[in-house]
Design a protein around this ligand. Structure first.
Ligand code: NAP
Length: 303
């Protein structure tokens, strides 16, 4: 099968295009002919060797949409599905996906949108609902708010009735407003944490930090005593007393994936697509992600 892959760690120029063996059928897995696959910053980190040893060649991509060609359980040949992979393999014509993490694609949700919502949606949903228990009327601060996870977290926060503050470059503030943010601040302005405290003097109730680094370290200082800080991009060295730090590695399982796609099918959740690329341009797609200035998800059109 045709695939984009790498055989050594490095920057996106390690990506090669070529032919690799197609996956073999296995128990409790389906084989999917891929139509669209999304890539994210975790693919770049893995390509740089920051996620531990890998068995080469590695085909990046954990989020796929396509058609089942070998079914399992209720999933039959010909079904249009979305899958959240446990091992990378999306940038190829075929992939083997766990049946438990493969769900039917709602017909109203285009393939590109569905691909881009898998990890973003699952991560935001798990954090805000299951780990922070975000409540109606709480203040939610989202960093990297115009990014993949951030753009979903802003919308989900609004859906759950929270008042959402987004942190992003000024040029993205209009987008954040469209997504439902009540206020937006620019992390390039060193005064932004003070501006958040001016708006919410008691401190925000929940933080979802998708930026990490200096932005993440500043963001945790805006959380109120007793507030919760969801940390998906690394842990700041110092967490203020009384703030509950919640680092987690998201598990976009079948039920979470279904919940995210249901929101999209009802028109409540918009997928933000930064760009689409043919499979042959996989290197450019990963360069775009590596730039850290993609807005929403980068999606490869495989078919
Ligand atoms: N733990 C988990 O389970 C999990 C799951 C998913 C993702 N992640 C991690 O979460 C992070 C976000 O992922 P993503 O896919 O949403 O990222 P992304 O889409 O690549 O993020 C891009 C956004 O990051 C913003 N950004 C870049 N540098 C920044 C800085 N110094 N301060 C603040 N914002 C900055 C940019 O904002 P502007 O364009 O507005 O400047 C851009 O919109 C990554 O580190 C990823 O690996 C972890």
């Amino acid at each position: 099968m045709r695939a984009a892959y790498y055989e050594q760690f490095g920057e996106p120029d390690v990506i090669q295009l070529g032919t690799l063996p197609a996956p073999e059928p296995s128990e409790k897995h389906v084989i999917i002919r891929i139509r669209a696959a999304a890539v994210g910053y975790w693919d770049v980190k893995q390509m740089r060797g920051l996620s531990g040893e890998q068995q080469f060649p590695v085909i990046p991509g954990y989020e796929v949409v396509g058609v089942v060609i070998i079914g399992s359980g209720d999933l039959q040949r010909g079904d249009n599905v979305v899958a959240s992979l446990t091992h990378p393999g999306g940038l190829a014509q075929f992939v083997s996906a766990p049946a438990s993490r493969t769900v039917m694609k709602p017909p109203q949700v285009p393939a590109v949108d569905a691909a881009g919502l898998v990890v973003n949606g699952g991560t935001a949903l798990e954090g805000l609902d299951d780990r922070a228990g975000l409540q109606d009327h709480e203040w939610l601060l989202v960093t990297a708010a115009a990014g993949g996870v951030g753009s979903v977290a802003v919308q989900l926060g609004r859906i759950r009735g929270a008042r959402v503050i987004g942190v992003a470059s000024a040029e993205n503030h209009e987008l954040l407003k469209d997504l439902g943010a009540a206020a937006s601040f620019d992390y390039h302005d060193p005064e932004w944490p003070a501006q958040v405290r001016e708006l919410v003097p008691a401190g925000v109730d929940v933080l979802l930090d998708a930026a990490g680094g200096d932005t993440g370290a500043a963001a945790v200082t805006t959380v109120r005593q007793g507030g919760r800080a969801l940390l998906i991009a690394g842990e700041p060295t110092s967490i203020p007393d009384g703030v509950k730090a919640i680092p987690y590695s998201a598990n976009t399982n079948g039920p979470r994936l279904r919940a995210v796609l249901d929101l999209a099918a009802r028109g409540q959740l918009r997928a933000i697509t930064d760009s689409t690329h043919p499979l042959d341009d996989a290197r450019a797609a990963l360069e775009r992600v590596a730039s850290r200035h993609s807005h929403g998800r980068v999606v490869l059109l495989v078919e």
